[in-house]
Write a protein that binds this ligand. Structure first.
Ligand code: VG1
Ligand code: CO
Length: 543
């Protein structure tokens, strides 16, 4: 095998963020950038000699070239086998499932997820471990350490590997197995949900629109919704993956999935709407005239999960990321199950799922999932909603109204200030952090601060501690504001401000979120001094 050892030196800025390494595509394409990171990943996990890896990506621009480099490096590093999604395409939850199903040693996912794709947009790469989940911080720390003192990488000659033809072949001493990207995943979904019941729902005239946002879930949604479940042809829109996601932003929220929102709030709205992101791990749920916040979705799914076959015996526990609203806590309380609060990012749920402490997990950023894989899973969430709608016979609006009547409503909104100059964003966070210990008891914007701290997480399974996970301010009357900096952006800093206010009064359950959150937003702006310190008056995106 013609293996080359290439001399290299460390490249700045290869620290993995919330979900792997994300950079401008042009940065990933710089000489040695990808190769350094791949070799550092291999080194950080103790080498890949004799190992089996699953490899797939969301199909964005550079996916095809990058996957060839990764395969050549896996061969040169003496991996035994790479299992690759056909054409190099596989959704993030499908990769997670395949790692588990095939008992692989890990996997590489080529994706920048909800970030746009293209030569001038973003690219990303992340490593998932043998449990199918994103590498824990202990592992990403090792990968990062390797990026700091790398001096060589190994790669074979530039003979392209055929990843379009299904089947097993040898390539430069390594086995390459090309698999159908959808089949195993679709089969898994069928074991979790009552497909007969959902098929009957569609056969009875129930209508749906699934917006794949020109991203990876198109083929999965076609096969499962229109194929196995018999939803009408045309249910799936924007279902053909494209390298730049049709020029759009594959982030399923009311801003970027505006077409779907317009349809669902228009005169011809179907019964149910959903969308998913670039790599298929996020979901947006919207009923006729009824947008469901991801935090509420997690809570509603927790309350009704027992209606689906996979969860009929109940849930062991649930987990949510810290900024996610506390709606699910109230459901867990009434079910008598534990509710864990973790830092942002799916890597923190893995240990809880592995240890059998949590069955469902979720994040306010439109990620929901369960112990069926170790990633969040967009289509899974859509199918669980469909199963619940089929069992209850209720509309999304009715389910939400019932839910709020039982548990109260956690009004919730996230305000993103994008591409803020990093030093200004850091200065704002530093100033607020310094102020936190003095805030309890302060009156601001009609609210009283009850407690304020910087979130740190002690993993109950492996005892590891993660610090610096967001600044949180709790107000009397069950209101909360949280500030943190995004770890997935590729330009400047993104400040995320999360706002929450619980209402339990029956006559206050149908307010607009803006109105319900006005006081807590006002208080957050005053306490953070955001406008003075960053020059921003309005957020770029409100979800
Ligand atoms: C964001 C979300 C976080 C999510 C992460 C990866 O991270 O807030 O909840 O886990 O993206 O999602 P951050 O650090 O930018 O806030 V995905 O679907 O982009 O892999
Ligand atoms: Co994603």
């Amino acid at each position: 095998m013609p293996m080359q050892i290439v001399r290299t030196s460390p490249i700045e800025g290869q620290k993995p963020g919330t979900s792997g390494l994300r950079k401008k595509t042009s940065v990933f394409k710089r000489p040695h950038f990808l190769e350094n990171y791949v070799q550092s990943t291999f080194n950080g996990i103790g080498g890949v000699r004799g190992k089996v890896l699953v490899i797939g990506g969301d199909g964005r621009y550079f996916n095809d070239d990058a996957i060839q480099v990764i395969l050549r490096m896996a061969a040169a590093n003496e991996a035994a086998r790479c299992i690759v999604g056909q054409g190099g395409i596989m959704s993030t939850p499908a990769v997670s499932h395949l790692i588990r199903k095939r008992k692989a040693d890990g996997g590489l996912i080529l994706s920048a997820s909800h970030n746009p794709g293209g030569p001038d947009a973003d690219f990303g790469l992340k490593y998932n471990g043998p449990n199918g989940g994103p590498a824990t911080e202990t592992v990403t720390d090792k990968i990062f350490a390797n990026t700091r003192d790398i001096d060589l990488y190994k790669i074979t000659a530039a003979t392209p590997v055929d990843i379009d033809t299904l089947g097993l072949r040898r390539h430069e001493g390594m086995e390459v197995e090309v698999v159908d990207s959808v089949a195993d995943y679709a089969a898994l979904m069928q074991t979790l949900f009552d497909f007969d019941k959902i098929r009957a729902l569609f056969a009875g005239g129930f209508t749906m629109r699934f917006d794949a946002m020109h991203a990876v879930t198109g083929p999965y949604a076609h096969a499962i919704l229109e194929g196995r479940l018999g939803a009408a042809k045309g249910t799936v829109v924007n279902g053909k993956p494209s390298p730049d996601f049709g020029g759009g932003h594959p982030d399923p929220n009311p801003i970027w999935a505006k077409d779907l929102m317009d349809t669902m709030y228009g005169p011809l709205a179907p019964d149910f709407g959903a969308a998913s992101d670039g790599d298929g791990d996020r979901n947006m749920i919207v009923g006729r005239n009824t947008y469901v916040t991801p935090s509420d979705s997690l809570a509603v799914l927790t309350a009704h999960a027992h209606l689906a076959p996979a969860y009929k015996d109940g849930l062991k526990g649930v987990a949510r990321s810290m900024p996610t609203s506390r709606a699910v806590d109230r459901v867990a309380d009434s079910l008598g199950i534990a509710c864990y609060e973790t830092p942002t990012g799916w890597k923190f749920f893995g240990n809880l799922l592995d240890a059998g402490k949590a069955t469902l997990c979720g994040e306010e950023s439109a990620g929901t999932g369960s112990d069926h894989v170790r990633e969040k899973d967009g289509l899974w969430a859509v199918l669980l909603w469909l199963n619940i709608l089929a069992e209850t016979g209720k509309s999304v609006a009715e389910l939400m109204a019932d839910f709020w009547a039982s548990y109260g409503r956690c009004y919730y909104s996230r305000h993103d200030y994008e591409e803020v100059e990093s030093d200004k964003a850091n200065a704002m966070m530093d100033a607020l952090r310094a102020k936190l210990p003095t805030l309890a008891g302060t009156q601001v914007s009609g609210l009283t601060v009850e407690a304020a701290d910087e979130f740190a997480y002690d993993d109950p399974v492996d005892g590891s501690r993660s610090t610096g996970q967001g600044l949180r301010i709790a107000f009397a009357g069950d209101a909360r504001a949280v500030f943190r900096l995004s770890g997935t952006g590729t330009a400047g800093a993104t400040i995320r401000l999360y706002l929450e206010q619980l209402e339990t009064a029956a006559d206050k359950l149908q307010m607009s979120p803006e109105e319900a959150l006005e006081n807590v937003r006002g208080a957050a702006m005053i306490l953070s001094d955001l406008t003075a310190l960053t020059g921003r008056t309005e957020p770029d995106v409100i979800t």
